[in-house]
Design a protein around this ligand. Structure first.
Ligand SMILES: [Zn+2]
Length: 289
């Protein structure tokens, strides 16, 4: 077969593949649009007061009279401000899918019973699928805590990496992730320290991304902090539990918090204790917060 014919054949196959994909998700893409329409309607409505506010009036003797606000009809007390825009995501949470294929993940995020989603899914070969507009609240973080923040979904973007949890992350996948992070960091002005692992914010429930994830490489590009090359011995009064908490970890289950910390910064040892070396890594990081 000639090279030209080969090319035509590949092109036809490629088009078929694209149209298959488009058709497969046509129904859920429609659902996405319908839900978006509902949210648009919701955002158009000012929220009513939960209870009737009290207002103060004065009688002729100057005595204050407290009464329910009789003018609390929405129209009377609705004054739309004219300066606003959309809330922006301020964190990025990185996950591994723990599934066997990208196709399986796309399926999981588009069937009703799973109740999970992410903004982006990146395949082994580096292809990036966007599943939610960045301004929408995805359902990827679940119950979790970082510092005093408890509703991680409301302030973050979720990125899922197609990976079964036991395999290394491919070069193409990390390359695509880095360029996506570059765009997101610039677009939303996301602070360097706010690129987190799912296991950072939910250490008792989650272990993703695995210890094979190249956090150092990310930190070199400005996504997440990293300890100094030359580590100092922490002072005698250094309190590692306080340090973990100041960084953001929920230390109510200390062992889980230590493992999450080590999965990210130590990686070759996930025992729930902090060795002398681990403590100097923690101290170095703590000084950056
Ligand atoms: Zn996750």
């Amino acid at each position: 077969m000639s090279i030209k014919r080969n090319r035509v054949l590949y092109y036809v196959l490629f088009c078929l593949l694209i149209s298959c994909n488009t058709n497969r998700y046509a129904k859920t893409n429609k659902l996405y649009k319908a839900q978006l329409k509902e949210l648009t309607e919701e955002i158009k409505r000012p929220l009513p007061y939960p209870t009737a506010p009290l207002i103060t009036t004065y009688d002729s003797s100057g005595t204050a009279i407290l009464s329910e606000d009789t003018h609390r009809q929405r129209d009377a007390h609705w004054v739309g401000a004219v300066h606003f825009n959309l809330r922006k995501p301020n964190y990025v949470i990185i996950h591994h899918t723990a599934q066997d294929s990208l196709e399986q993940t796309l399926h999981t995020f588009t069937v009703p019973h799973t109740q999970v989603s992410a903004h982006y899914v990146i395949g082994h070969n580096g292809e990036v699928y966007q599943m939610l507009n960045d301004y929408l609240r995805g359902w990827h973080a679940g119950a979790g805590k970082w510092g005093s923040m408890t509703d991680v979904n409301s302030v973050s973007l979720g990125i899922e990496l197609d990976n079964n949890g036991n395999e290394p992350f491919s070069e193409s996948q990390i390359y695509s992730l880095l360029s996506l992070l570059d765009t997101l960091k610039t677009r939303y002005n996301i602070p360097t320290a706010n690129f987190l692992a799912h296991s950072d914010i939910a250490p008792t429930r989650k272990n993703d991304p695995s210890a094979l994830f190249p956090w150092k490489k990310l930190a070199e590009r400005g996504f997440g902090l990293w300890p100094d090359e030359v580590l100092m011995t922490p002072p005698e009064n250094f309190n590692p539990v306080d340090a973990l908490r100041i960084i953001g970890y929920d230390t109510s289950n200390l062992k889980a918090a230590i493992i999450a910390f080590k999965r990210r910064y130590i990686q070759n040892d996930l025992t729930p204790e902090l060795t002398v070396y681990d403590q100097s890594v923690l101290y170095s990081l703590y000084l950056k917060y």
